[in-house]
Design a protein around this ligand. Sequence first.
Ligand code: ATP
Ligand SMILES: Nc1ccn([C@@H]2O[C@H](COP(=O)(O)O)[C@@H](O)[C@H]2O)c(=O)n1
Length: 224
Amino acid sequence: MESVIVAIDGPSGTGKSSTSKAVAAKLGLSYLDTGAQYRAITWWMISNGVDVHDADAVANAAGKPVIVSGTDPARPTITVDGADAAGPIRTEEVTSKVSAVSAVPEVRALITELQRTIAKDAEHGIVVEGRDIGTTVLPDADLKIFLTASPEARAARRSGELKGVDVHATKEALIKRDAADSSRKTSPLAKAGDAVEVDTTELTLDQVIECVVTLVDEKRTAAK
Ligand SMILES: Nc1ncnc2c1ncn2[C@@H]1O[C@H](COP(=O)(O)OP(=O)(O)OP(=O)(O)O)[C@@H](O)[C@H]1O
Ligand SMILES: Nc1ccn([C@@H]2O[C@H](COP(=O)(O)O)[C@@H](O)[C@H]2O)c(=O)n1
């Protein structure tokens, strides 16, 4: 198996981005952060005065922004209408509104199409991380991983990133976002039936990376 497609899904803060970037870099693969794309379209909606809780308004505007993702794991990029969106998509406002926008079927249809095109064009293969990659976007991925971790571990990790942020409030916000993402009708956050579940609660990031690299190697060996 020359080119390999790896799907990594899971709830917020389980280590999807950190793991996917490192695995892609180690194996010479491309990397796609699909959460960044949903954040980018949310940022565009906010910036253009679209009420994110009005699903019809979001659906009508969904085709307007041009979202481009750079897939080098050493320097992933995201632009909206040509402007760098890497900073603005990480604000508290975008984080609190992204689940409403990502639940709109028209948004998901457009972004899913974009994701499939990027995966198809990745010459050496790609690691794609998100919530519905193994179930919907790339159901034929060579390897599917579903990362989990306790809410306490995830909140502690996030609070470590954002100095001075209250761990309890962070935990509640994570739980709320996961509940919204898991309960939406279209393509909810879910583990694919054939995904390997890795509980990262007691693992270091390096151990998780090693685990995924080993699983990819096993797949490649089995395919020879
Ligand atoms: N196994 C681990 N042990 C300790 N810290 C970790 C581990 N995995 C990731 N982290 C840290 O946890 C934080 C969240 O990780 P990351 O952004 O990769 O999660 P995520 O699943 O992509 O989150 P989100 O879905 O919200 O974007 C980062 O600061 C990262 O360095
Ligand atoms: N495949 C995906 C990926 C993400 N989402 C939505 O985007 C939000 C932000 O994701 P992060 O990984 O950057 O935290 C997430 O909460 C989902 O609402 C999605 O729907 N599908």
